[in-house]
Design a protein around this ligand. Sequence first.
Ligand code: NAD
Length: 485
Amino acid sequence: MQEVFHYWGGEWRRPEAAFAEAVIDPARGEKVGSLAGATAGEVNSAVEAAQAAYREWRRAAVTERVQPLFRLKAILERDLEALARTITLECGKTLAESRGEMRRAIENVETACGIPMLIQSGFNENIAPGMDEFSIRQPLGVAAMLCPFNFPGMIPFWFLPYAVAVGSSVVLKPSERVPLTMQMLMQGMQEAGLPAGVVNIVNGGREVSEMLIDHPLVRSVSFVGSSAAARAVYARAAAQGKRVQCQGGAKNPIVILPDAELETSTAVIADSAFGCAGQRCLAASVAVMVGEAKREFGEALREAAATRKTGNGFEDVQMGPVISEGSRERIERLVGEMESAGARVSVDGRRPGLGAGYFVRPTVVEKLPEESPLLRTEIFGPVLTLVEKPTIEAALEFVNSGAYGNMACLFTRSGEAARRFRSEAEVGNVGINVGVAAPMSFFPFSGARESFFGDLHGQGMDAVRFFTNEKVVVERWPREWSRKF
Ligand code: NAD
């Protein structure tokens, strides 16, 4: 049982409020920690500590700013197993998935270590006689980061290492459902020697997010979560003139052409749909089988779902629980509604009888009427809906018809079809014979339509640009004004 503390100004802070909220191990339904939402005073102290640190940190040499990040990389490698175990404990995913998640976090630290080059900007000599023009990337100031439950180790690192590397400071709020991982990560950042106040943590839910967004010293807001919250955060921050990037929800289609290779593709698609219990923003949720693809793939995907081993993520399983009893109820309700709308539940994972944890086994839904809004509703659980389309044109129309635009994938042996798909799919991330098209840290983690509000994404150069202001300088040094040497 761990009590979750806030952290600012280089010190752990016991919350003022009582530890009223529980952190639950979703595989056992048991309490493993307790949390108290930060008060307005605590949020203010954290932001002020960040602002004080920023004033100094922005002046530190760029080569000096990356040293704690190099040390952090080594610490995260050393502690990877313990961090992965914490993720599995509070989030439920399998240990292998948690290790993979931390690997992605570390890659972002590595990329941010390249900031001495990434932060360079342009210089034009002689824009006119005796005149030059150049730009300087300068840190924006205090950055607020609001994170979701499904990747407690990775998602903060889409933003945090870049903000730190450019010379900004951070106040981060982990999801109230999975705050333990960030406690451990913060210990690592402390050990890495980040100066006091450069990274700060406040805990709590929506109210704490809003206090951070509204704080006058907070200059930017990075948010990842559901689309409704992403839209609300975007509107609230933008109305106050803040820089904001909000990643939202998803309903990702996977298109399978009749010429797709069967065995590997099935494994990859099943992993996308059911990995992390379907609680990935890049999870496949609709498999669009084109023409004859339905013959082999329908059967293969049903088989993959029915045989996937579900259980406690610490054991030898392929899929863990969903995050909460509320989530389980929501997923089972939505499957029931699909049935009522005329769908057939060909693999039924509801109420699997796996003990007190929040388990739903892989579920496959077919023949859901095209007009049902449920075909385009995010479920965020291990539910794959099978859809049949006659042509790639009809499949692309389907891909572009929903509100979300996080990811779309195509499985085929045809380069021509792949080229067309990647060009015409109106989504942020495209996979070709890949089921989870998660961008590496040196590419932006993209997203489009209801899946992303803003301009610049997390990761890579987008993150560097997001956390900096580009200042342009025009200089004149006429020869005739200077002493002759
Ligand atoms: P959520 O929206 O419930 O919460 C996300 C974070 O925002 C939490 O820290 C929460 O405390 C806070 N929050 C909730 N409502 C808020 C509001 N109205 N204003 C301000 N803050 C608010 O999301 P979740 O359940 O933690 O995460 C799952 C969702 O996140 C899914 O919809 C998933 O698709 C999405 N997601 C998207 C991406 C992406 O890159 N697009 C990545 C991961 C998760």
